[in-house]
Design a protein around this ligand. Structure first.
Ligand code: 6CS
Length: 342
């Protein structure tokens, strides 16, 4: 779908090969998701707020998935400052910034997504992450949960044994591949755009994504089972080209920082709403079997997932280890505090 020549042509057609001075008034914002998605809702609201607050001095152009390239290609374009803003999900980005693989680890985040949001908004791991992004010419603007990762499959999955040899499509980062190998599955990393046809043609047996994505990408049409295990959140990150961000006048940088902060509650509510509504759409339009793992079944997966943390540390080094430990402590402390107050 996204061959290099096509990508270059698409960017040229979008008028992106202009100098960075000429781009000062137009910020290009690329999405890894299609129109109507959580990322699109974010981008449209961001656009509205930036354009209003800058009194029309800045225009934000939003490029939904399909117009510019795969997630990895979008990251490259931001690194080159060919586009100024994009979502860069750790599920793909960890191939370039291994530390971000922490956001894809299973059974690390809280079962209570409000706690996840609260910790992500304020984590002491943030400066370490920012450092890692900066080393790749990227500015980290936000870490945003988009909902629980839900398995879809052509077979029922209740226990890790049901994953034996299961050909599951994962995003492209190496740590995700390890996460599914740990269950005995046969992970098959590929870009988002290839998942539907892979499922339809039987090249893969299943995939994993939040419910809103399963609906808008029509994966549920070519799958028989949907299994909620709450093993991981889909967490994305919002990035800017570092040269672009650092070259902005201070008031524009402050405007971006304020708007991205203010938008946390907006997008948290939106993802919740989208995931809830789209589950209904899926149930109304298909006979897919939706199930939720019991605590006991989840525990079997949780135990098998623990060794992946060591692999993560091997891949992400000392800084990755510190990020993991910091998040783990903050999440457990927030859970305890919430339990104590209820
Ligand atoms: O599975 C993927 O590759 C994609 N899934 C979502 C929900 N967003 C972007 C990501 O690339």
């Amino acid at each position: 779908m996204f061959k290099k020549a096509g990508l270059v042509a698409a960017i040229a057609a979008a008028g992106i090969f202009t100098s960075s001075i000429a781009m000062a008034e137009t910020w290009r914002f690329a999405l890894e998701e299609v129109e109507g998605s959580v990322q699109d809702a974010y981008a449209q609201e961001f656009k509205k707020r930036i354009e209003e607050r800058s009194d029309g001095e800045i225009t934000v152009e939003v490029y939904p998935y399909g117009s510019l390239g795969t997630s990895s290609q979008l990251t490259e374009l931001v690194q080159q400052d060919a586009i100024q803003l994009a979502f860069a999900s750790p599920g793909h980005l960890a191939s370039v910034i291994p530390e971000t693989g922490v956001f894809t680890l299973h059974f690390l985040f809280s079962d209570d997504n409000e706690i996840n949001e609260q910790v992500l908004a304020d984590t002491e791991a943030r400066p370490l992450l920012e450092e890692a992004y900066n080393e790749q010419n990227l500015e980290l603007l936000g870490v945003i949960p988009e909902g629980w990762m839900v398995w879809t499959a052509n077979r029922a999955i209740k226990n890790p044994q049901d994953m034996e040899g299961f050909k599951i499509r994962t995003m492209t980062s190496p740590i995700l591949v390890e996460s599914y190998r740990a269950y005995g599955a046969n992970p098959s990393p590929m870009p988002y755009a290839e998942v539907y046809s892979g499922l339809q043609l039987g090249q893969i047996d299943g995939q994993v994504n939040p419910i809103f994505a399963i609906e808008e990408m029509s994966f549920y049409e070519v799958q028989d089972y949907m299994i909620q295990a709450k093993q991981a959140q889909f967490i994305t990150t919002l990035v800017a080209a570092q040269d672009f961000y650092e070259g902005l006048p201070e008031e524009q940088r402050t405007m971006i920082d304020e708007i991205t902060n203010e938008m946390r509650s907006f997008i948290f509510d939106k993802q919740d709403q989208f995931n809830e509504e789209r589950l209904q759409t899926i149930e109304e339009n298909s006979d897919i079997q939706v199930s939720t793992l019991t605590d006991e079944q989840r525990e079997a997966f949780r135990e098998m997932s623990m060794s992946v943390r060591d692999t993560f540390i091997e891949q992400a080094g000392e800084r990755g280890k510190k990020i993991l430990e910091t998040l783990d402590q903050e999440l457990r402390a927030a859970e305890e505090a919430k339990e104590g107050s209820s």
